[in-house]
Design a protein around this ligand. Structure first.
Ligand SMILES: [Zn+2]
Length: 59
């Protein structure tokens, strides 16, 4: 199960609650970065690994 983290737009703290415990205002979902070099590298590694495995099966 994934907990969606929220962020208070006023004080900037991260919380899992809908209401900021400090400011008592509604928290917002921080936008995930569009470009993530880390996850892209992970995906590239997975693909490279799969290709290698397929090549091994062909031999
Ligand atoms: Zn706050």
């Amino acid at each position: 199960m994934v907990h969606h983290i929220k962020k208070c737009p006023k004080c900037g703290i991260y919380t899992l609650k809908e209401i900021c415990p400090n400011c008592k205002i509604t928290t917002i979902s921080p936008k995930p970065p569009k470009y993530s070099p880390f996850s892209r590298l992970a995906q590239y590694r997975r693909e490279a690994l799969r290709e290698e495995r397929e090549r091994d099966e062909l031999i």
